[in-house]
Design a protein around this ligand. Structure first.
Ligand SMILES: NC(=O)c1ccc[n+]([C@@H]2O[C@H](COP(=O)([O-])OP(=O)(O)OC[C@H]3O[C@@H](n4cnc5c(N)ncnc54)[C@H](O)[C@@H]3O)[C@@H](O)[C@H]2O)c1
Ligand SMILES: O=C(O)[C@@H]1CCCCN1
Length: 309
């Protein structure tokens, strides 16, 4: 009889998942994804179920990567009303299956993986697209993604100065306190963003929190939030003046308000830059629009599972 599936909780995921290994795997996975059928990644557009009475969303995200022997689906919920309460705004579970026979191998916490793989992908975008000798990092938002982005970006790059802005001064101060000396809270998004070389937007905003007028020419903006067709995190000015990179053309064109409502042209997928088929315009102002890909979760979950064998 087949073995029962293993349950892998958040603490266990956290104890084995390391950014260096994750970034390396995701860079390969993004490259494969952007090769199309030749890359061996199968990933339909995710199903998104509104839970309207509770202002929530359920996203079902399946993917298979032949090169990684990873078959999984993530169930992730996004409930902005959970902010400040006992439940996180984003909660997730990943089901990892055996591609050889379709049997369930593991049921795994997906919250830590969501936080870490999203930040790791932004770090890969930063590696390819940020201006050389970037010194100042700006983080808009102070939640789970702000923390994971801070961790991986400080691990992979050298920033002399890190600024954070959030909806409330208290949350920005709390973030700075938890992060340690290098981070200073700012009173406004404009104050935080002006002069920064790399900007990360990781908010639950539905209207722009960042204006193109504040962005230093040549900077990279990793736009991580506003993952609904009517939601915005950045304004038209930025979207129309920057070179736009995305994780997945199809997802960005269908799900991202910043892409759809600005009418901005997508220049390339990050995987195309990794594969060398599209250039990285480091000298220009760039936006990396991240929507989040199921293949990132599948590869991360396989990495966790293998680390525990
Ligand atoms: N691209 C991806 O792969 C991906 C993956 C996971 C989460 N996300 C998105 O990233 C964003 C951050 O997620 P999180 O898990 O850190 O959430 P979180 O709830 O932990 O943090 C959200 C932050 O945004 C701030 N905020 C909320 N409403 C705001 C508003 N109207 N204006 C400005 N700031 C506001 C909050 O104060 C908080 O600091 C969300 O939009 C989420 O859906 C994207
Ligand atoms: O890829 C993800 O996991 C997230 C979930 C929340 C909405 C945006 N994308």
């Amino acid at each position: 009889m087949a073995n029962l599936p293993t349950y892998i909780g958040a603490e266990q995921v956290q104890s084995v998942l390391r950014y260096d290994a994750l970034v390396a795997r995701l860079e390969v996975a993004l490259g494969r994804f952007s090769l199309g059928a030749a890359g061996g990644v199968v990933q339909p557009l995710r199903a998104i179920v509104p839970v309207s009475p509770h202002s929530g969303w359920l996203l079902v995200m399946p993917a298979y990567s032949a090169g990684d022997e990873a078959l999984a689906t993530k169930l992730v919920t996004s409930y902005s009303g959970n902010a400040g309460g006992p439940f996180p705004t984003h909660q997730a579970t990943i089901l990892l299956l055996d591609p050889a026979n379709g049997s369930l191998r593991a049921i795994m916490d997906g919250r830590i993986i969501t936080d870490m793989r999203t930040a790791a992908v932004s770090a890969i975008a930063t590696k390819y697209l940020s201006p050389p000798e970037s010194r100042i990092l700006c983080i808009l938002g102070a939640g789970a993604q702000a923390h994971s982005h801070y961790q991986v970006l400080m691990q992979m790059f050298h920033f002399d100065e890190v600024r954070v802005w959030s909806q409330t001064w208290e949350s920005a101060e709390r973030f700075a306190g938890a992060a340690g000396g290098a981070v200073t809270p700012r009173r406004s998004a404009e104050e935080a963003a002006r002069g920064a070389d790399v900007i990360v937007t990781v908010t639950m905003a539905t209207d722009p929190v960042l204006r193109g007028a504040w962005v230093k020419p040549g900077a990279l903006v990793n736009v991580v939030g506003a993952n609904r067709p009517t939601w915005r995190e950045v304004d038209d000015d930025l979207m129309q003046s920057a070179v736009i990179y995305v994780d997945c053309r199809e997802a960005a064109s269908r799900e991202s308000g910043d892409i759809i409502l600005s009418g901005a042209n997508i220049f390339a997928e990050l995987g195309e830059v990794i594969n060398g088929s599209k250039p990285a315009h480091r000298e220009k102002t760039t936006v990396f629009k991240s929507q989040g890909l199921a293949v990132e979760d599948a590869v991360a979950a396989k990495l966790v599972y293998d680390s525990l064998q």
